[in-house]
Design a binder for this molecule. Structure first.
Ligand code: GLU
Length: 482
């Protein structure tokens, strides 16, 4: 039988890492086994629905390259894939249960239920609907809630593909609602019906569903259907590795990561490792490699720590794998001079962890690559060693002469070979060292204290622009030194 997995989000808000990781593991598992991955939207709780979430969910999955084989937009053999459009199917299953004696219309008013509840409280016993099953509830006309008549009250045991043997007891088993008074099914009922109808073989979801699993299993029993394999995902823990991930420490909208310039393949790599590893030390994976290696028996039972530093590391590693062309195209950098950007790529790749960081460098500490700086003349002499008055001017003049003699297509290495001896001479003199030469040159070229080294600057700016900047630094030196 072919593997069929599904991601079944409720459209109640944005996607965060936990949701996306569930989708990713389901998708990886289906791809690994040559099966299908289905996107089903569970929109039966109309009160909690948030407008725009369905589009948002799809955008997140598409960004990561988690493509679905069947779903609301692409259709498929079991359409529709939107639960609110499947009410007829739930009614058919409800009738099956009624006919088999496993469902009854709830005859009570709110006041009556409240009275039962109070009585149970007075008698210090739990309130259970199944203690109040009506003798003859009559026909179900669709206007009253339909309840499940739980057939067997027992402790259920099952094998979870990740956690091994699990069990949960009768406390979960009460006559829960199958279809509400508004005609919509409950999650408990709808997802079981759909997993049967859509021939789902493996269900991956969070551990909050373990305690309700006896409800689902008793429904499968009553319907005489075989349940799928359940695989309970590890909890995602916050940075400190203790409590569950909260909004503050990373449970944010996944698309924010996209907007901050994380690469989707790095996010997939990071999420895959958030609770799974292939049994080796390897940390950087391409998506096809993940598909080949992924297995449920290597998903951990214990919580997985969400480590933002690791995400940055993984992203940086993936950025380094990009060719120059890809880096430029995906970075969407807006610069006046593409040729200088191209020459600055090694620097950008070296210094940034995300494309967003690279973008802000081009607007910030690297903006000098595109705009001539406004110099503060005193800064030029800020590092002139005592006893070496005049060094700044002579260093700039000598550097200028060298730069003027360089060809326009000079290489980064040739720039360094030409200029470095000037600084080495100062080093030999031992008065303040190379900085006496390199600092004013760097400042003349960049106007900034936090800029790349002067060789890289000359290479990127090109000799003509570099010479112009050095000349104007010399002019401003004359303004203060005469
Ligand atoms: N709609 C449910 C949720 O978003 C799906 C749970 C499941 O995968 O069964 O929590």
């Amino acid at each position: 039988m072919s593997v069929r997995t599904r991601f079944a989000p409720s459209p109640t808000g944005f996607m965060h890492v936990g949701g996306v990781r569930t989708a990713l593991y389901s998708w990886l598992y289906a791809r690994k086994h040559g099966g299908q991955f289905i996107l089903r939207i569970e929109d039966t709780d109309k009160g909690r629905e948030v407008e725009g979430s369905i589009g948002h969910i799809m955008e997140c999955l598409k960004w990561l390259g988690i493509e679905w084989d069947e779903g609301t937009d692409v259709g498929g053999p079991h359409e529709p894939y939107l639960q609110s459009a499947r009410l007829e199917t739930y009614r058919t299953y409800a009738k099956r249960l009624i006919d088999a004696g496993f469902a009854y219309p709830d005859p009570y008013t709110e006041e009556e239920v409240e009275a039962f509840r109070q009585k149970a409280e007075e008698e210090k016993r739990p309130f259970l609907y199944r203690d109040h099953r009506p003798e003859n509830a009559g026909e179900w006309d669709g206007t009253r809630p339909l309840r499940f008549k739980t057939p067997i009250i027992k402790r259920y045991e099952w094998d979870d593909a990740i956690r091994g043997p699990l069990s949960a007891g009768e406390e979960a088993l009460d006559d829960f609602i199958l279809i509400k008074g508004d005609g919509y099914p409950t999650y408990n009922f709808a997802h079981v019906v759909d997993d049967i109808e859509m021939e789902i073989t493996h269900v991956m979801r969070g551990e909050e569903f373990i305690s309700s699993t006896p409800k689902f299993l008793s429904l499968y029993d009553a319907l005489e259907e075989k349940p799928p394999v359940f695989a309970t995902m590890p909890v995602i823990l916050g940075e400190n590795g203790q409590k569950k991930l909260s909004k503050r420490d990373g449970a944010k909208d996944l698309l924010e990561y996209r907007d901050e310039g994380y690469l989707p393949e790095a996010m997939v790599n990071f999420l895959a490792l958030l609770g799974w590893n292939p049994g080796t030390d390897q940390e950087i994976f391409g998506i096809p490699e993940l598909v080949a290696l992924f297995e449920l028996d290597r998903v951990q039972k214990s919580g997985a720590r969400f480590d933002e530093e690791k995400l940055l590391f993984v992203n940086r590693e993936h950025m380094r794998l990009l060719t120059d062309e890809e880096f430029i195209n995906r970075g969407k950098f807006v610069v006046p001079d593409p040729e200088r950007l191209r020459k600055a790529l090694p620097l950008l790749k070296e210094r940034s962890h995300t494309l967003g960081e690279a973008r802000s460098m081009l607007d910030g500490e690297l903006s000098c690559l595109f705009t001539a700086p406004n110099l503060l003349p005193v800064m030029l002499v800020a590092k002139e060693p005592t006893g070496r008055a005049g060094l700044t001017r002579s260093a700039l003049e000598r550097a200028l002469a060298l730069v003027e003699s360089m060809p326009e297509d000079v290489s980064a290495e040739a720039v360094k070979e030409a200029i470095m001896p000037l600084a080495d001479e100062e080093e030999v003199l031992g008065k303040g060292g190379r900085g006496g030469v390199l600092w004013p040159l760097r400042y003349a070229l960049s106007g900034s204290e936090r800029s790349p080294d002067p060789f890289s600057l000359i290479y990127i700016l090109g000799p003509a622009e570099s010479a112009a900047r050095i000349r104007s630094a010399l002019a401003s030196l004359s303004d203060i030194l005469g």
